[in-house]
Design a protein around this ligand. Sequence first.
Ligand code: AN0
Ligand code: CP
Length: 319
Amino acid sequence: MKTFTSIKQIGDLQQAFAKARYIKQNPFADQAIGHNRTLLLIFFNSSLRTRLSTQKAALNLGMNTIVLDINQGAWKLETEHGVVMDGDKPEHLSEAIPVMGCYCDIIGVRSFARLENRDYDYAEVILNQFIRYSGKPVISMEAATRHPLQTFADLITIEEYKQVERPKIVMTWAPHPKALPQAVPNSFAEGIGMTGYEFVITHPRGYELDPAFTAGATIEYDQNKAFEGAHFIYAKNWSAYSGENYGKVLSADRSWTVDSAKMALTDNAWFMHCLPVRRNMIVTDEVIESPRSLVIPEAANRVVSAQTVLKDILSDMDK
Ligand code: AN0
Ligand code: CP
């Protein structure tokens, strides 16, 4: 693996699960592989899980880590080309990226969708500049359109907890006060598409995702109907993708909150969410605290996910 920006780059899923299982059982077996290698993590946006789990994964592999919050302590970066830099941004991304590349062996980048212009977001302008100009392998720690480290952790978690060969996975939209990117649901849909599991996406009308990610999924606008017989409920809010509504909050309908009555329609489903989650907006206290909630093991698997990916990249660097 040279870069990791989409779950598709994980390769054969069964092989990836086997690698992840080995790492989970033997977290410190590969301490030598990262010796004298440095992982640089660049955050344009906040993070708890990604920040900690990716560092932990690197440390388990014997790597050094450097973390930089671009908006706290670094120079404000100009990201557009051709501008006269007479404003409040003293440095351009075009210099900053190759400079950052000089100080590390692998770079992780978190750069969320801005939700102002769909074409700009979906072109992954920032992530692609890191890939082109850093000279180093790049890992997405959630970019504008995908969150592959999260998706891989989600797939590992489903693999661990599924009780039938081909579970029914339901991804449900749920209300949230602020506009959120589509990266997590896009990426989850892309990942489930690789599994062959039954996959239903439910959301209010107007929240259709980019069909490039949801191909093969069934879209069901009736949330109760979607939940029937589900083995996993994957809740997430996202803002609208379609046309001129891009990035907008179209609904605050709290009847979409995942509660015990809805979970009762499922086949005793496991509840999943990538976190951070707003309780009693996305999911009730009762559901997230229930024995069927997987949110903590799912977050724990973020280390396994990142370690599997980092190990693959490090192994390929030595070739
Ligand atoms: C982000 C999102 O929805 O993309 C990060 C999730 C991992 N969530 C928030 O900003 C609340
Ligand atoms: N799930 C996830 O990526 O969480 P953070 O935003 O806290 O990193």
